[in-house]
Design a protein around this ligand. Structure first.
Ligand SMILES: [Zn+2]
Length: 127
């Protein structure tokens, strides 16, 4: 992962601050602890970036979660229906289960991608 430091991909995959990438935006790094899924730090303690640019800023992440969900569903469809040659009904059930299981990951990924539309990485020396 260190290889990608300084790229948007690094911030998107790790959930780190989009500006300095020195620490996580989230209070809980594991997205499967559902009660803390949406808990984020207000500011980055390393560079002071305010994550929630405006009220309800992260509602915009919903627009991102749709294509992300489609990509995951598409991958599951190809694996189940085309590669494993399962029936359409089985494939559908697999996709539904996959969507439910991956929801926390998709939500986090969408937020990370959304905030990276608005903020860019700046190299900041660690104190
Ligand atoms: Zn930062």
């Amino acid at each position: 992962m260190k290889l990608f430091k300084g790229t948007k991909l690094y911030s998107i995959l790790t959930g780190n601050c989009p500006v300095c990438q020195n620490e996580s935006m989230y209070k809980e790094s594991n997205p499967y602890i559902i009660s803390r899924l949406f808990k984020m730090h207000e500011r980055c303690s390393s560079c002071g970036t305010k994550y929630k640019i405006e009220p309800s800023f992260f509602y915009g992440a919903m627009y991102v979660s749709y294509p992300i969900g489609l990509i995951f569903a598409g991958i599951a469809f190809l694996l189940a229906y085309v590669v494993l040659d399962l029936s359409l009904t089985t494939t559908y059930i697999i996709i539904v289960i996959e969507m439910v299981l991956l929801l926390p990951v998709i939500i986090r990924l969408s937020r990370n991608i959304w905030i990276n539309f608005f903020m860019n990485y700046k190299k900041i020396e660690k104190k």
